[in-house]
Design a protein around this ligand. Sequence first.
Ligand code: ADP
Length: 355
Amino acid sequence: MRRPLIAHPLAVSLVLVAVVFVVDLGLQLGVASAIPYTFAVLIALHARPAWAAPAVAGLCGVLTIVKLEISPDRGTTEMWKVLANRGLALFSIGTTTLLGLLRRRAETNRELAEERAREHQAALAHMGRLSMLGQVTANLAHELNQPLAAISLQADVAVRLAVLGEPVRPELSATLGAVAEQAARAAGILKGIRRMAGRAHPGQDLIDLNDAVRVVVRLLDWKVRRADAQVELRLGELAGQTFGDRILIEQVIFNLFQNAIEALTGREGVKIVTIVTTETAEAQTLSVRDTGSGLADTEKLFEPFFTTKADGMGLGLAISRTIIEAHGGRLWATPAKSGGAEFSFTLPVARPEES
Ligand code: ADP
């Protein structure tokens, strides 16, 4: 609510009305009295309650007519002129009041509309925060699921190996190493997500796509073996530099690779996942191709919560696309010539002046 220009508008306007009336009585202001009366009405328009201005206007009108009775100008002026004067005075007081009231109503409506718009915006911001929170939670649940599952699996193996004692020491230390690696990975994922949520910009690590592929292939080696699949790496020479959040990019490759293995699981015939990296002057491209079930629709897959798996969350591809786009790249799917699916993404190569 805005502060009023005058502290007590109703009182000021009534004092003004009284002064004008007295002066009008003495000086025979005629139609000129309407001018200060309209000021009084304009001042009263700032007063609360809302009826103050019409009441002051009514009082001014009454006084204008009363003045005619108390001190008629008849002696000096013709009657029709006196009546015309007073009529004009009443007219200007009336129109000022009407215009003032209309303007005040428009202002009140505008303030109400502004208030409603503010409330609406606050509600939207709140909803935005809630849905953001929902997405981050779903994201965390999805991304942390795998390293936590791997940690618990490896820890189980470690417990069994520990019972066997000395002869399996090397295996035990390898398993514990894997546990530590997965735990570090979970921490890295949390860090990456926190960074994305905070800044909306990914980190600026120098990314070696081929290295990232090797890390992911090692992490999912157990799954490849369980699916009885083969992995073929065709990693090209990558001379250009790409920058971003290394862990998040690894996460994208992880999602694509894991989906490819899952598409092969339980199938008959050739089960191969091929990962290819290539480079042009503008971008580096990574493709994950499988000989699996193939794709029915190449766009729907990227919608959040779209899944055809019994235990799927349908978030891997949606999150992966968000991550790649936040890095200035593109992620898309095509049916592979081999009959399976092919997922590819690009990352822009930084020009010398950008790096
Ligand atoms: P989720 O794996 O939890 O289902 P994703 O977003 O990773 O979530 O994948 C969404 C859907 O896309 C999968 O349920 C599957 O139907 C399809 N999909 C993803 N990758 C492949 C692939 N390599 N081959 C066939 N279908 C795939």
